[in-house]
Design a protein around this ligand. Structure first.
Ligand SMILES: [Zn+2]
Ligand SMILES: [Zn+2]
Length: 358
């Protein structure tokens, strides 16, 4: 990315060797996520030139001094949010809130404040301390999650961010229990993953809400028991009807003021709403205070509150057992040369796209 809003350019960069605590990885596949598109088209000031991409999966080629998270030859998923291991959040086990990562994600550098990429000698900046829209990356070991070698990396790459966010929202943030009612607003990559999670948790009913019929059909095929088209139906009334007064758990997976307001309206007294979608910085929404005194809860969710090194290997095992339908959730493969098409593809069609390196 040379400038926000312009197409990405594919070109040859120089990459440094991994320093102490860092890992060099040959990328096999990387998810293409809405956050990448937001980086390219959104309002956030970013340092350029920058290499986007934060859902990488690949094979470890080299490790820096002192690295214990992985060894050469390991298959790894590069978690969008890593762990430093020594901040308060990491020590308390809330690695998704790692303050070191929080400070690095959009800083343009790795966690030590420097970059490993150069273009004709000038620095090129990192995204999520990762930059996986590239054949090779150097990343801090805190983002590296080794996984079993018998699963195709192009299928499990989405566990680096999008799919884990949806699953984690259900299991970690909400702790959905058997038979509880679930509503998911927005059936893009994250929303569909939340529906799959709700299905794995034997939630019932599982109501998908979207304005696109193809996304609703896709959600049904992956476990939603009901679909509500918010463009045509009175969503709140319909959801109350299906869930017998209001759902136990409602997940907002879009990140815009309208769906956030809808979230608050849907959540009944005693129920919980989860803000999973990443709204652009500075987004505001307003809502009536009705119901909060009757124990209506609203929760912000960061990356599904996923503890990457614990949860991602568990999700990979579920995939290997045939319980997590990643094969159907990944709907398109692109070569790196078509990265701009892959980003554009986020705005239409169902499922998720992945860049696959030859
Ligand atoms: Zn930390
Ligand atoms: Zn993402």
């Amino acid at each position: 990315m040379h400038a926000r809003g312009q197409d990405l350019v594919v070109e040859d960069l120089e990459i440094d060797e991994p320093r102490a605590g860092e890992v060099a990885v040959r990328i096999v596949a990387t998810g293409v996520c809405h956050s990448d598109l937001n980086g390219l088209r959104g309002s956030r000031e970013l340092r350029v030139p920058m290499v986007l991409g934060h859902e990488g999966a690949g094979v470890v080629e080299k490790i820096g001094a002192g690295v214990t998270a992985a060894k050469v030859g390991d298959h790894v998923i590069l978690s969008a949010i890593g762990r430093c291991g020594h901040c308060a959040a990491c020590i308390e086990g809330r690695t998704w809130m790692c303050s070191t990562w929080g400070a690095s994600m959009f800083s343009g550098t790795l966690i030590d404040g420097t970059t490993r990429l150069r273009l004709r000698g000038a620095p090129v900046y990192h995204w999520f301390a990762q930059s996986s829209f590239a054949e090779r990356v150097v990343v801090p070991e805190g983002s590296v999650v080794p996984v079993r070698k018998d699963v195709p990396l192009e299928k499990v790459a989405l566990l680096a961010c999008g799919v884990s966010t949806g699953l984690g929202a259900v299991f970690n943030a909400a702790g959905v229990r058997l038979g509880e009612s679930v509503v998911v607003i927005g059936c893009g990559g994250v929303g569909v993953a939340a529906i799959v999670g709700a299905s794995l948790a034997y939630a019932n009913p599982i109501v998908a809400v979207d304005i696109a019929d193809d996304k609703l059909d896709f959600a049904r095929s992956l476990g939603a028991t009901h679909a509500v088209n918010a463009a045509r139906e009175d969503t709140v009334a319909r959801v109350r009807e299906i869930t017998g007064g209001g759902p136990a758990h409602t997940f907002e997976c879009v990140g815009n003021p309208k769906t956030l307001e809808q979230l608050v309206e849907i959540v009944p007294g005693g129920g919980s709403g989860y803000i999973v979608g990443a709204a652009p910085p500075g987004t505001r929404f307003s809502f009536p205070t009705d119901g909060f005194i009757r124990n209506k809860h609203l929760h912000g969710v960061m990356q599904g509150n996923v503890r990457a090194s614990v949860d991602i290997p568990r999700y990979v095992d579920l995939y290997a057992r045939g319980l997590l339908p990643l094969d159907r959730m990944v709907t398109r493969d692109y070569p790196l040369a078509e990265v701009n098409d892959a980003l554009a593809g986020l705005e239409h069609g169902v499922g998720r796209g992945v860049l696959v390196f030859g």
